[in-house]
Design a protein around this ligand. Structure first.
Ligand code: RAM
Length: 516
């Protein structure tokens, strides 16, 4: 084991360099607002608000800001980037500063949020707001903070009476590392809308890393990277970005070779210390396998194989003893996750065995398959209820464990069909909370042969976000609870979240199921 850790440690500066070499160039697009909009309360709309187009953008740009101290402009779609505006003197000259507030929103209701009673547990500074005290006129101001969204609210909060001015230009320099796509699958209108929103979600999160969301966190999380890489494989095919993220995780491990759950790029790449979702470490291994197979880049696979070995070693070391460990799987309170963690260990061992075989590491392949088979037996014994035909964990039924038992082949195809169907009909089952977990549900349905249900779920679950006006897919979504927030404050949720983009993957990977 010491040798293994040494082989990781000694290569890390080289891996960091490889990550830098694979850093993509961002494409820029200049966007100008398309119209003014008004925030309208509407019980039918998502979280009770929608936007209504308004005339008068041109007029706004040429008349005194004092006459329209509060407006909202619509960029026409979700963008990520840098906002700039120009102020022009209309009469006399500035003799006292202005206070301008700019608020950016991904969805309409964000602009109605009451931040004075913030109840969330994440930093409230994620709020997309910029307060500016301005002393100079006839100047262009470009915000250095990168914002994400579709709507910009512009408020004039203080000014001097002695002069007059207008905001006569604004622009948004949008950035993304996703290339232009020329080839689209032929889809039904409903699926096409879902596909486009998925693509937009993914491309907005494709920056110089796969970000989880461009509004909040803005960094690579291993679980999110796994799904983004899959969706990218079946759409943009920007494999350098995937490679960069894989090397970054490998270059920035704990001293014992365990990868961290998430990494920041700036000012220099560094991990969030202490962050170890154990399931994410295993998905890293699978992401490497998928990447290598899709690209045939066996050099990267060989380079990073020791990292895989180390993650799997650790997963076996802690197997079944998860007290004090962070098992993520989904944002939903009170869910038992031991069985899910055991199943994902089986899944990762088997997937990594394929990788091992492909690069000639037969011993590891055999060893991991053997271990996976042993675990499988034990999981079935410990959690599979023949009577209920479901996985039961510490007296609890929850959806996520039926799903992972399916994906890991711990239960048979027939059992999976029973479990995945039964769980939807019973009241006493804890449901899923995020599109992330719903991704695995659809994959499990497909794997167990319930393909009609899989297509239907993409259409209803992701489709209902589109019906509710989504330009990009949301981080947390339960059709029955629009205010669901992992952070106890829905406006801080990300409404362009990469892990929710996977209809792009499903539609690309299973054309026979989705294409017309
Ligand atoms: C959230 C992130 C990310 C997820 C982690 C566990 O804060 O936005 O998407 O992977 O939590």
């Amino acid at each position: 084991m010491l040798l293994l850790i040494l082989s990781i440690f000694l290569n890390q500066s080289l891996w960091l360099q490889k990550a830098e070499d694979a850093k993509p160039v961002l494409h820029e697009t200049q966007v100008v607002p398309t119209t003014l909009v008004q925030l309208v309360e509407d019980e039918q709309a998502f979280q009770g608000y929608r936007m209504e187009s308004q005339e008068g953008l041109e007029n706004y740009l040429s008349t005194s800001m004092k006459e329209n101290p509060s407006v909202i402009v619509d960029l026409g779609n979700h963008y990520t980037g840098y906002f700039s505006f120009h102020l022009k003197t209309l009469e006399r000259c500035i003799d006292g500063p202005l206070h301008i507030r700019l608020s950016f929103a991904e969805i309409p209701s964000e602009l109605a949020a009451d931040w004075t009673h913030y109840t969330g547990w994440l930093s409230a500074a994620w709020r997309q707001v910029e307060d500016m005290i301005i002393f100079d006129m006839d100047t262009t101001f470009t915000l250095s903070r990168r914002y994400s969204g579709r709507y910009v609210k512009i408020e004039l909060l203080a000014y001097s009476q002695d002069f007059d001015f207008c905001l006569d230009q604004m622009a948004f320099r949008a950035v993304s590392s996703a290339p232009e796509l020329s080839d689209y699958p032929t889809l039904s209108p409903a699926l096409e809308r879902i596909y486009k929103v998925g693509l937009r979600t993914l491309s907005e999160c494709m920056q110089t890393v796969y970000e989880d969301g461009p509004k909040r966190d803005k960094r690579l999380w291993a679980g999110d990277v796994y799904l983004e890489a899959l969706a990218n494989q079946y759409s943009f095919r920007n494999f350098e970005l995937t490679k960069r993220c894989l090397y970054l995780f490998a270059a920035l491990t704990e001293e014992d070779g365990r990868i961290y759950g998430n990494i920041f790029e700036y000012p220099t790449p560094h991990p969030q210390l202490g962050s170890h979702p154990e399931d994410y470490a295993l998905l890293y291994c699978v992401a490497l396998r998928d990447y290598a197979e899709a690209t045939q880049d066996w050099e990267t696979a060989r380079d990073l194989f020791p990292v895989v070995v180390r993650q799997l070693e650790y997963a076996q070391q802690i197997y079944g003893q998860y007290e004090g460990h962070w098992l993520f799987f989904d944002w939903r309170e009170g869910v038992e996750k031991t069985a899910a963690m055991e199943c994902i260990t089986v899944f990762a061992l088997n997937q990594s065995a394929q990788l091992a075989e492909q690069i000639g590491q037969i011993n590891y392949a055999n060893q991991w398959r053997k271990k996976a088979a042993e675990y499988r037996k034990q999981i079935r014994r410990d959690y599979w209820s023949r009577k209920e035909k479901m996985i039961i964990d510490n007296g609890q039924f929850n959806e996520i464990e039926q799903i992972w038992a399916t994906l890991s082949d711990v239960i048979t195809k027939k059992e999976a069909q029973q479990a995945l169907t039964t769980m939807k009909h019973r009241e006493d089952v804890i449901r899923l909370g995020t599109p992330y977990a719903n991704h695995y549900y659809v994959e499990a349905l497909i794997q167990s042969g319930l393909t009609d249900a899989a297509r239907e779920h993409v259409l209803t679950y992701w489709g209902s976000m589109v019906d509710k006006g989504a330009d990009t897919f949301w981080e947390a979504y339960d059709p029955n609870d629009e205010w669901l927030s992992p952070y106890d404050f829905a406006p801080i949720n990300s409404y362009c979240h990469a892990w929710s983009c996977t209809p792009v993957y499903f539609i690309g990977k299973y054309p026979e199921l989705f294409n017309q």
